[in-house]
Design a protein around this ligand. Structure first.
Ligand SMILES: *Cc1c(COP(=O)(O)O)cnc(C)c1O
Length: 379
């Protein structure tokens, strides 16, 4: 099965009882057993549920993995990965990670004795220098949010494995339609399925994919033990979204390319950050390891914080909201909204300036999107 076919068929046989073409929502917490100790494949929905199983099998296939392990949110998936480790263990992480990832590493797992070094994982020498005897994993996000810094996954995976470490990749920004980290050597791929996999801004979820049986067994144990699982309806909604992932990603990217080109030429725009632009520092690496550049475009307006805020408040189709990856276009101001928890000096150091705006380019008619941005920029 090829990718587009997997998105629609992997893990999704017609229902054996009725022939239903769509995997039913098995909205049940428990399952009747013919006799004590013998069951028909499921005992209790925290442990397993047929709708969730279908989602897990489908996303595992799309990522080129053999196991999918679904969660109630991206943060639940990320947190469950962290429960693989013990007090004293050390993790090297991308510095520009999703804010919630930084928060749970820094504020929750540090309490349990885990240690973290945050650095620019596009700098291989810096990653190598940060590895200690206690290091267990490299955690990578690429491209990052909101500055779209690209890290070389194959080189990081080689480095990790040469030092006996795991490497996990948060693939939320690319989705498996554009980037498959397991094929580049990653041990674990994590998603917020809230974003491109779900794709319609109507459900929160997370998933881990892997081809490592031992890791899968330990993570499935934790999925059940910790219990941050998605409900049957949320699993179904996500699975429904996944079916159109391949065509949505193509549409997001085509619109993002037009939007980026339009902004580059706009008199009110200072600079544009999109890995598809040839002057982007990660352009070559992105081209080599992914089949596209994605739908997120960041840019800086000329002027002040007030000018950036005015643009964010003046668009009609780009809705002013956090999150990304849905069919509708969103606009946001990272310094005030998604990245407010990053201390101001660090924001400045990384380039999350007061004039920076992030777009999640949707799949509306691109002419409407360009006109919308133009009228907002003209003020
Ligand atoms: C949104 C997001 C998360 C967190 O996922 P939730 O579903 O909101 O818990 C993690 N990583 C990235 C890159 C994200 O964009």
């Amino acid at each position: 099965m090829r990718f587009e076919t997997q998105a629609i068929h992997a893990g999704q046989e017609p229902d054996r009882l009725t022939g239903a073409v769509v995997v039913p929502i098995y909205q049940t917490s428990t399952y009747a057993q013919p006799e004590p100790g013998r069951h028909l494949g499921h005992e209790y929905t925290r442990s397993s549920n047929p709708t969730r199983d279908a989602l897990q099998a489908c996303v595992a296939a799309l990522e080129g993995g053999t196991h999918g392990i679904a969660f109630a949110s991206g943060m639940a998936a990320i947190s469950t990965v962290m429960t693989l480790f013990e007090s004293g263990d050390h993790v090297v992480s991308t510095d520009d990670v999703y804010g919630g990832t930084f928060r749970v590493f820094d504020k929750v797992f540090r309490q349990f004795g885990l240690e973290y070094t945050f650095l620019d994982t596009s700098d291989l020498a810096a990653v190598e220098a940060a590895i200690r005897p206690e290091t267990r994993m490299i955690w990578v996000e690429t491209p990052t949010n909101p500055l779209l810094v690209v890290s070389d996954l194959e080189k990081l995976a080689d480095l990790a494995h040469s030092r006996g470490l795991l490497i996990a990749v948060d693939n939320t920004f690319m989705s498996p339609a554009l980037q498959r980290p397991l094929e580049l050597g990653a041990d674990l791929v994590v998603h917020s399925t809230t974003k491109y996999l779900g794709g319609h801004s109507d459900v929160v979820g997370g998933i881990i994919a892997t081809s490592n049986d031992d890791l899968a067994e330990r993570l499935v144990f934790r999925q059940n033990a910790v219990g941050a699982v998605p409900g049957p309806f949320d699993s179904w909604l996500t699975l429904r979204g996944v079916k159109t992932l391949p065509i949505r990603m193509r549409a997001h990217e085509a619109n993002a390319a037009e939007v980026a080109g339009f902004l580059v030429d706009h008199a009110k725009v200072q600079d544009v950050i999109w890995p598809g632009l040839e002057d982007h520092a990660g352009h070559a690496a992105q081209k080599a390891q992914a089949s596209g550049f994605g739908g997120i475009v960041s840019f800086r307006v000329k002027g002040s914080l007030e000018d950036a805020c005015r643009v964010c408040s003046s668009t009609r189709f780009f809705l002013l909201a956090e999150s990304l990856g849905g069919v509708e276009s969103l606009i946001e101001h990272p310094a005030i909204m998604t990245h407010a928890s990053v201390p101001e000096d660090q924001r400045r150091e990384r380039g999350i300036s007061d004039t920076l705006i992030r777009l999640s380019v949707g799949i509306e008619n691109v002419q409407d999107l360009l006109e919308d941005l133009d009228q907002a920029l003209q003020g």
